[in-house]
Design a protein around this ligand. Structure first.
Ligand SMILES: CC(C)(COP(=O)(O)OP(=O)(O)OC[C@H]1O[C@@H](n2cnc3c(N)ncnc32)[C@H](O)[C@@H]1OP(=O)(O)O)[C@@H](O)C(=O)NCCC(=O)NCCS
Length: 209
């Protein structure tokens, strides 16, 4: 079977917002399956999360913030979230390569500060990518692109006309990655508290569909 037709079918399934998407784009690119997480994925998801931050945000966030991240506590937290089904309005999807979970994305309706308990009811038609992290051992092999493509399709499928995300301005790798996928800074910025560090974040936006 030609790789192209595999990719076309996978893309079609992604466009339809289905939960599991196989992306195959070339000889060196790994097969990436995007799927719903299972409770037993907690350790792999937490590890990808922590390592993506510790490597990706080195020199951007203070070293002490990155170095004091407690992996065991993160595993426990992810285990609790996945076991409780804590993600209802928002969705988590993991990227699996050769049977191992190497990254994850979280998406849902745009977060609206001070919105009522279910911000979905005040939806502005805008979706949000809340988080996208890939374990650094797997960077540059298409897992990030598979997750992002899935999120864009799923948000469009949920009725959102456009999507936003917040990124640290110093995150050159992340910004270049998003720009290659059709995202652009829209001029908005905010200040956030991340584990005791005050950081600026800028907003990126992309039309969907
Ligand atoms: C940003 C991030 C999610 C990208 O994940 P990734 O799995 O490396 O993404 P991809 O492999 O799809 O693409 C990354 C690059 O590898 C290249 N690439 C992808 N597959 C490739 C392959 N088979 N061979 C060579 N290069 C490849 C892509 O062209 C892309 O290049 P670019 O960065 O110049 O655009 C990841 O680097 C990460 O987790 N960073 C830390 C956390 C972060 O910044 N998150 C996003 C901010 S909110």
């Amino acid at each position: 079977m030609a790789t192209g037709s595999l990719h076309t079918r996978a893309q079609k399934r992604a466009d339809e917002g289905e939960g599991e998407v196989q992306v195959t784009e070339g000889a060196q690119r790994q097969d990436v399956v995007v799927r719903e997480p299972r409770v037993k994925d907690a350790e792999a998801v937490a590890t990808a999360h922590v390592r993506a931050w510790q490597v990706g945000y080195r020199g951007i966030l203070p070293d002490d913030v990155l170095d004091r991240i407690d992996l065991a506590a993160r595993v426990e937290r992810w285990h609790g979230w996945l076991a409780d089904g804590a993600f209802r309005r928002t969705k988590v999807r993991v990227a699996e390569v050769e049977g191992s979970v190497v990254g994850f994305a979280i998406h849902g309706p745009e977060r609206v500060p001070d919105a009522p308990a279910d911000p979905g009811t005040t939806s502005s038609g805008v979706g949000e990518l809340y988080a996208l992290n890939v374990h650094p051992d797997h960077w540059g092999r298409g897992a990030g692109a598979a997750l992002l493509t899935h999120v864009q399709a799923a948000l469009a499928h949920a009725g959102h006309r456009e999507a936003i995300l917040w990124v640290l301005p110093g995150n050159a790798r992340g910004r270049r990655f998003y720009e290659r996928h059709g995202w652009a800074a829209d001029g908005a910025a905010k200040t956030e508290e991340i584990d005791g560090a005050t950081v600026e974040e800028i907003r990126y936006r992309r039309p969907l569909g």
